[in-house]
Design a protein around this ligand. Structure first.
Ligand SMILES: [Fe+2]
Length: 249
């Protein structure tokens, strides 16, 4: 089978530069090659910024390894932010909007940047939620109001985990598994493709797991199921509970 142009360029770059698997994963992601080129161009305004990790790169080991965190946060998330800033730069009236406002009503955006904001604004918001929703010395049973709501809705925490892991495992290609507050104010498990956010469907994301290969491939290779299972060890339930209580309020 003939290589796609992107794959050919990517593999050529990898071969020419002697890059690592992590480099290849970064270059292989949607838009990353374009971003690699765009990053050589100056003067993209810093309208949105990548939030610093609230813990060290190696703090989530052994669940998530240091190199994955470095590439995921410093390369992938940074690329989404840079592409988002590039997209909205020509539209000053968008610069004061929050990321939630931007991606919750894509139809209100100029047509020529709608797809870029969907992909890169979604990527920025999804990853910001992802970093803050994890932590060292975390995991265990959900506590507080979110813990009670999970039991009321799903029957048990274990039932939620099963539904959530199935949503992540069944997501074909790249995307996310979510625990959301739906339009009716009920907890629900869902999945989105690519960097789509539940906010684009009127839902509030509470807990999300990134099932793009860049999130797990260095450590887990093709075993997405195992990554989904282990990931619960780093879920920061007090933060998820705060999101739940804020969304209910
Ligand atoms: Fe990611």
């Amino acid at each position: 089978m003939a290589l796609s142009r992107r794959a050919f360029i990517g593999r050529s770059l990898v071969a020419a530069a002697g890059l690592t698997v992590a480099d290849w994963l970064w270059l292989g992601q949607d838009g990353a090659i374009g971003t690699a080129i765009a990053q050589t161009t100056p003067s993209v305004p810093e309208i949105f910024k990548v939030p610093p990790l609230p813990y060290a790169y190696d703090a989530l080991q052994p669940t998530i390894d240091r190199e994955t965190m470095e590439f995921h946060h410093d390369k992938h998330h940074a690329a989404y932010v840079k592409n988002l800033n590039t997209a909205i730069a020509p539209y000053p009236d968008l610069h004061q909007k929050s990321i939630e406002e931007l991606i919750s009503n894509l139809d209100a955006l100029p047509a020529d940047i709608r797809t870029a904001v969907r992909n890169n604004g979604g990527g920025h918001d999804n990853h910001s939620l992802f970093w803050a929703g994890m932590g060292p010395n975390a995991g265990g049973q959900p506590t507080g109001a979110i813990g009670r709501a999970i039991t009321d809705t799903f029957g048990s925490f274990e039932a939620l985990q099963t539904a959530f892991n199935q949503a992540g495992a069944k997501r074909f290609g790249s995307g996310w598994a979510w625990l959301v507050l739906d339009r009716q104010g009920k907890l629900a498990v869902t999945s989105t493709a690519n960097q789509d956010s539940p906010r684009m469907d009127g839902q509030t994301p509470l807990l999300g797991n990134d099932v793009w290969e860049h999130a797990y491939y260095l450590n887990y290779r093709n075993r997405r199921d195992e990554y989904l299972k282990q990931w619960w060890n780093v879920v920061n339930w007090p933060v998820i509970n705060q999101r739940y209580e804020a969304a209910k309020a």
